[in-house]
Design a protein around this ligand. Structure first.
Ligand code: ZN
Length: 288
């Protein structure tokens, strides 16, 4: 079973946990570490012969154009992570449209290929912001990976589908690739990305992904960020819980990913879409 490996390409300070600490006009003055941490990721993926999807933040792409080109040249799929890392439900529809249009255009200009995939900052397509899917279709995106079927303080639609599916919107169809969860005690529990992947024991991650790929026979959708492999990033004062969520196990992430890469088969979202051939998604160009 081919699962999707996805990386949200952003600098450590772009993460939503810093929204109350830094404003966007502070970003240019902070020490950027995204090139080194992404190069670590690229080396790791090359070593394991894995291609992935990188959802690139437009703001980062504008400042690190050669980095985006290098990711693309290494054979990975480029998707959009929006432009300014704003939470979907905090934007007006017009503002959102400008954000996803600008990032898509920039990434296409840099790579010379069409960008069809999108992931909202912090998974913030929720019941309050489902209108975003209509706009994504209108702006020629073909798939989304933003609806997390769990309870969380910032995101999630707990009853949403757990596996890739075709979603109808007023503007047309879009493929949805939800980040992976496991069913335990009649709840969906996250298993495959970000802080969960970094903090929870590998035995749990492996059990969860085996449930999904072997028992349920579905692809897993795994995600992480380059900054999660950067144990030397500057430590910023913040609340205890946020600190725990952002900084725990940064130095152990690499070996956890290596276990994951040895135990499961991964590819970019586009390849998983192709392997599934979801019916009804006729507009998806499986060929590229
Ligand atoms: Zn992000």
């Amino acid at each position: 079973m081919l699962s999707a490996l996805t990386i949200d390409l952003e600098d450590y300070y772009n993460a939503s946990v810093f929204d109350s600490i830094y404003q966007r006009h502070h970003w240019p003055n902070l020490e950027s570490r995204v090139e080194a941490s992404t190069e670590t990721v690229l080396e790791l993926l090359a070593h394991h012969h894995i291609k992935a999807t990188f959802f690139v933040l437009g703001w980062v792409a504008e400042r690190h154009q050669n980095l985006v080109k290098a990711v693309c040249k290494a054979g990975h799929e480029i998707g959009s992570h929006g432009f300014h890392h704003e939470l979907t439900y905090s934007m007006t529809r017009d503002h959102y449209r400008q954000d996803v249009r600008r990032s898509k255009q920039l990434l296409e200009d840099l790579t010379g290929s069409e960008v069809v995939g999108y992931r909202a900052p912090s998974y913030t397509i929720t019941t309050q912001s489902l209108w975003a899917l209509d706009i994504l279709v209108e702006e020629s995106y073909q798939y989304d990976s933003s609806i997390f079927p769990i309870h969380h303080d910032r995101y999630g639609i707990p009853g949403a589908e757990r596996f890739p599916y075709v979603r109808s919107t007023a503007a047309g169809k879009i493929l949805e690739f939800p980040p992976s969860t496991v069913r335990l005690l009649r709840r969906n529990l996250p298993v495959a990305g970000g802080a969960y992947l970094r903090i929870l024991p590998y035995a749990y991650i492996r059990w969860g992904l085996r449930q999904i790929t072997t028992i349920e026979r579905k692809p897993a959708i795994v995600y992480f960020h380059p900054w999660e492999l950067d144990g030397d990033q500057p430590r910023v004062t913040m609340g205890l819980f946020s600190r725990f969520r952002h900084y725990t196990n940064l130095t152990k992430m690499r070996s956890k990913l290596e276990h994951l890469f040895a135990d499961f088969e991964f590819g970019p979202v586009r390849a998983v879409a192709q392997s599934l051939r979801l019916s009804g998604a006729a507009q998806f160009d499986y060929g590229r």
